[in-house]
Design a protein around this ligand. Structure first.
Ligand SMILES: [Zn+2]
Length: 226
């Protein structure tokens, strides 16, 4: 190989190494920013589960709750921001977060409300209904009811007109009890349901978008009244 050729090979090798390290640095900084440190916003969205905690799993359709709560939360963030609401996220990647991490972060954002996005699970593939949970009745009830009202507009996955529902109920979670602002856990749909599994895994994202849209309705109804 001629000297000039060797030099060319050597230069392109160096360039490749440089590009690779830049990519690694970018990936690391994305991870570090995953909890959106310093974020101030009107709404905190908490994508349920994450990292080593998959949440409920639909084995038949290969679905993990942690992935679809994040998918819905991201879509919801986009919708809310388009309407002028500043949004902070407890996680934007596949991080393992404790309940303490979630409410402690929420309490640094100055947000008016905290909405934790979940999908329910059952060992029976039949059940599918929507509900919301509240911690302290006085602090959380109105938000839980508004978000529930939004979710009741969701079309049912099995072709019935609207989703079956369960009235909002009390749940002693630190995310609800220890957050300073009104908070609710939205158990949007059953990820373990056969008909939901089919929709959520169809690759279009249409069901996830519907769920995000229903959550937006409830959240914006609440914010408009406060
Ligand atoms: Zn969950």
């Amino acid at each position: 190989m001629a000297r000039a050729d060797l030099l060319r090979v050597w230069t392109s090798l160096l360039a490749a190494v440089l590009v690779a390290s830049l990519l690694i640095a970018a990936a690391l900084s994305t991870g570090a920013a995953a909890r959106e440190a310093g974020c101030r916003g009107q709404v905190v969205l908490d994508a349920g589960h994450g990292g080593s905690d998959s949440g409920a799993v639909n084995a038949r359709y290969g679905l993990k709750e942690k992935e679809h709560t994040l998918d819905v939360a991201r879509r919801l963030k986009t919708l809310l921001e388009a309407d002028g609401h500043a949004v902070c996220m407890t996680r934007t990647g596949d991080e393992t977060l404790s309940n303490n991490d979630r409410y402690a972060y929420a309490n640094t954002t100055g947000a008016e409300i905290l909405v934790s996005v979940h999908m329910d699970g059952s060992s029976d593939p039949a059940p599918d209904y929507t509900t919301t949970l509240f911690g302290k009745w006085r602090k959380d009830k109105e938000l839980a009811l508004k978000v529930f009202d939004g979710l009741t507009t969701l079309p049912a996955a099995d072709g019935a007109e609207t989703m079956r529902t369960r009235a909002p109920y009390s749940f002693a979670s630190g995310v609800l009890l220890k957050s300073d602002m009104p908070a609710t856990i939205a158990e949007t749909v059953f990820i373990t349901s056969d008909s939901e599994g089919r929709l959520l895994s169809d690759g279009t994202g249409a069901r996830q978008q519907q769920i995000a849209g229903a959550l937006r309705t409830g959240i914006e109804d609440y914010l408009a009244a406060h």
